[in-house]
Design a protein around this ligand. Structure first.
Ligand code: PGA
Length: 255
């Protein structure tokens, strides 16, 4: 992390876990444990948990995020949620282009781009996820894959809007597998992502972007990952569902 240039952001990605009452319980456990955090603390929760989560986090330093958003303001899009709905619910962050959406729900860079632009236009913060498959890493095309995703997902996003973008580098082979990228591997790709951003937006803008690592980040490996210059935080799945583990990752970001 380079805290002089950018904000560290530790975000939980709850995925399809926790009912509203369970969400309230977990956030009530997390809040006192992270109250002195200097980094930004975010919980991205299922849509039906949003109202309860926002209420439970009132007066705390925990910000609430959603796990996706549609690009249209309203209309015939059964099952989708608009940015206006999220804003009114008190959401501040939205995860976009998570690999599970790309893998299981037909998400493409084109739709990630549309969603990202809508989220930014609404004044919300976008956590845009990129990352290579194991096969792509083995073929030696990690940089090509990630550069392509960054360029397409951020197409037409202005330098001003970039200030509300967080990039989450999540190697797909590390998500939910217990196989964390080494700190060296994480840094290698996160610094590459910053170089791609610098080509698109200039060095100063790129230096200000928070780049998270995600993929089996936990209380045991967070400190080492976060010690790297270009790893500015984490997007945490499994470990964000256990208050003590999530709090320990937040503590590692504060160290
Ligand atoms: P994980 O998930 O921490 O359970 O690997 C990370 C993510 O998918 O954001």
């Amino acid at each position: 992390m380079n805290k002089t240039l950018r904000k560290a952001v530790i975000a939980g990605n709850w995925k399809m876990n926790k009912t509203p009452s369970e969400a309230k319980e977990l956030l009530t456990q997390i809040a006192p444990l992270v109250k002195d955090a200097q980094c930004e603390v975010v919980a991205c929760v299922p849509y039906v948990d949003l109202a309860v989560a926002v209420e439970a986090c009132k007066g705390t330093n925990i910000k609430i995020g959603a796990e996706n958003a549609h690009w249209e303001e309203k209309g015939a899009f059964t099952g989708e949620i608009s940015t206006g709905m999220l804003k009114e619910a008190g959401v501040e962050y939205v995860v976009l282009g998570h690999s599970e959406r790309r893998q299981y729900f037909g998400e493409t860079d084109e739709t990630v781009n549309k969603r990202t632009k809508a989220v930014l236009k609404a004044g919300l913060k976008a956590i845009v996820c990129v990352g290579e498959l194991l096969w792509e890493r083995e073929c030696g095309i990690t940089e090509e894959v990630v550069a392509r995703q960054i360029k397409l997902d951020l197409f037409d996003v202005s330098a001003e809007e970039l200030k509300n973008v967080i990039i989450a580098y999540e190697p797909v082979w590390a998500i939910g597998t217990g196989k964390t990228a080494t700190a060296y591997q994480a840094e290698e790709v996160c610094s590459f992502i910053r170089a791609v951003l610098a080509k698109l937006y200039g060095k100063e803008a790129a230096d200000g972007v928070t780049i998270q690592y995600g993929g089996s980040m936990n209380d045991a490996n967070a400190a080492e990952l976060l010690s790297k210059e270009d790893v500015d935080g984490g997007l945490i799945g499994g470990a964000s569902l256990v208050a003590e583990k999530f709090a320990a990752i937040v503590a590692a970001a504060n160290a």
